[in-house]
Design a protein around this ligand. Structure first.
Ligand SMILES: Cc1ncc(COP(=O)(O)O)c(C=O)c1O
Length: 457
């Protein structure tokens, strides 16, 4: 049904064996201990979360909580903590005596390991909703990573007669899944125009108009990933606004993959989330990238179209059912400390972007690159072949043929540095992806640089 996911197969092969990863899309991660050290959820976020949770918790959560309360009352101290609808917090008097780390750790230790609520723990959904303007916890559906949310959304929304317009190159599932489900998928290309990556926003109107079908056809779906993987491109607020106008005119749903949002190099460039500004907009996000917490596998959809969330939730019953309880607990902690965690990762990306700029300047005969405007990835390319290629015939062939796949293979074999060839995005073979989010970038880049110099390049 689906073609193999080239990028994920490539990482499955190399991610845990290559010594120097220079193409990851996630930001620097941390241990559970480090996350606990960061502390309990910021007071305001945690209060807002529990208020919203207690006000709007679903009937199921209420039932669980009251069942738990009566169970505690009858079984007294000897029983294990019951299933909490919201994560337990230490009593205030005790709280003053213990460090934030101990509090968080104790709270994690008390996490009930039964099933969790299918739509996500109420406190977590409330904390996620608080990341957006004017959103409510009922507008949020938690998933196991962004990838599950992508699959479930398409399964819920896309049938054989669906029209799906996807900006390309893209993270493969954004295109592959609707295609595999039998939709008519139309690519909407981002192009390299000298100094910048450009998405032709005017083209969208034509694409939607040309493919218009009968009055009973389902609403077309436009899939847009901004900030963009793999280019690091970001459209302007005006372009975003015009895309929304076009979608509104055509009654299209705009499914925005915003997993790199919050990683803008200049915060003035940050776009609003689509769920904030478009009534038919669905925002997709995840803790893997900006927060660097991919191992938690916590992602979500946020939209004011609750009817769509209902449909996606019905699919989730056939998939993960619910998220992992410890992950939800840790996710709540991370979201309560978003500025600290994401701010740290933005700083890492900015330092690495400066290093990559120096590197590409020093090797401008060999590479072209457009610095990313946002996100933790960028998409440089091999340029015209330089005069000398260190006497290695394979390397000469890679450079002469602008073959980033062969080039990456040689680099990996000789240094352990891993790049991601653009062919895994079904894109021009001269391009390759680099990652800017890891603390190891300076070392990996220095090895890459020394290798090039050793080859006389
Ligand atoms: C654009 C985009 N969307 C979705 C995902 C999936 O995120 P996750 O692996 O956290 O589920 C990725 C991962 O690389 C991505 O780059």
């Amino acid at each position: 049904m689906f073609q193999p996911f080239r990028l994920e197969r490539y990482f499955a092969q190399h991610e845990f064996s290559a010594k120097h990863l220079l193409c990851t899309s996630d930001c620097e991660s941390m241990t559970i201990d480090e996350l606990l050290e960061i502390g309990e959820p910021a007071e305001a976020a945690s209060e807002a979360a529990s208020e919203a949770a207690s006000e709007a918790a679903s009937e199921a959560a209420y039932k669980v909580a009251s069942k738990a309360a009566s169970k505690v009352a009858s079984e007294r101290e000897s029983a294990p903590e019951p299933e909490p609808a919201v994560p337990a917090a230490p009593a205030p008097a005790q709280a003053a005596l213990v460090s934030a780390r101990e509090k968080s750790s104790a709270s994690l230790g008390k996490t009930w390991l039964g099933y969790t609520e299918s739509r996500g723990a109420p406190a977590l959904r409330a904390a996620i909703a608080a990341l957006y303007r004017n959103l409510d916890m009922e507008d949020v559906l938690v998933h196991s990573g962004a990838e599950e949310a992508i699959l479930n959304t398409f399964l819920a929304m896309v049938g054989k007669d669906a029209l799906v317009i996807v900006n390309t190159p893209c993270y493969q599932s954004l295109m592959e899944i609707p295609a595999g489900l039998g939709a008519k998928v139309i690519p909407w290309q981002i192009r390299c125009e000298g100094e910048a990556w450009r998405l032709d926003t005017d083209a969208l109107d034509g694409l939607l108009a040309s493919a218009r079908r009968g009055p009973d056809s389902p609403a077309p779906l436009v899939v847009l990933n901004m900030p963009h993987n793999p280019t690091g491109a970001l459209i302007s607020a005006e372009e975003f606004d015009s895309i929304i106008q076009v979608c509104r005119r055509h009654g299209a749903i705009l499914f925005m993959d915003e997993v790199y949002r919050l990683l803008e190099y200049d915060e003035k460039d940050r776009l609003p989330a689509v769920c904030e500004v478009y009534e038919n907009g669905i925002s997709l996000s995840v803790l893997s990238k900006a927060w660097g917490l991919a191992g938690l596998r916590i992602g979500w959809l946020a939209t004011r179209r609750r009817d769509i969330l209902d449909k996606v939730a019905a699919i989730k019953d056939y998939n993960s059912i619910c998220a992992s309880a410890p992950s939800e607990q840790l996710a709540l902690l991370a979201i309560g400390n978003t500025e600290k965690i994401v701010g740290r990762n933005r700083a890492i990306c900015a330092e690495n972007r400066a290093l990559f700029s120096q590197f590409f300047k020093a090797h401008e005969e060999l590479f072209s690159w457009i610095p990313p405007i946002a996100g933790s990835v960028a998409f440089p390319s091999l340029k015209a072949a330089p005069k000398k290629a260190g006497g290695l015939s394979d390397l000469s062939a890679a450079l002469a043929g602008h073959d980033a796949e062969l080039f990456s293979r040689i680099l990996l074999a000789e240094t352990g540095v891993l790049l991601l060839p653009g062919v895994h995005y079904a894109f021009d073979k001269a391009f390759f992806r680099i990652g800017l989010g890891r603390r190891s970038v300076p070392v990996s880049l220095a090895i890459f640089d020394a290798w090039l110099r050793g080859r006389g390049l």
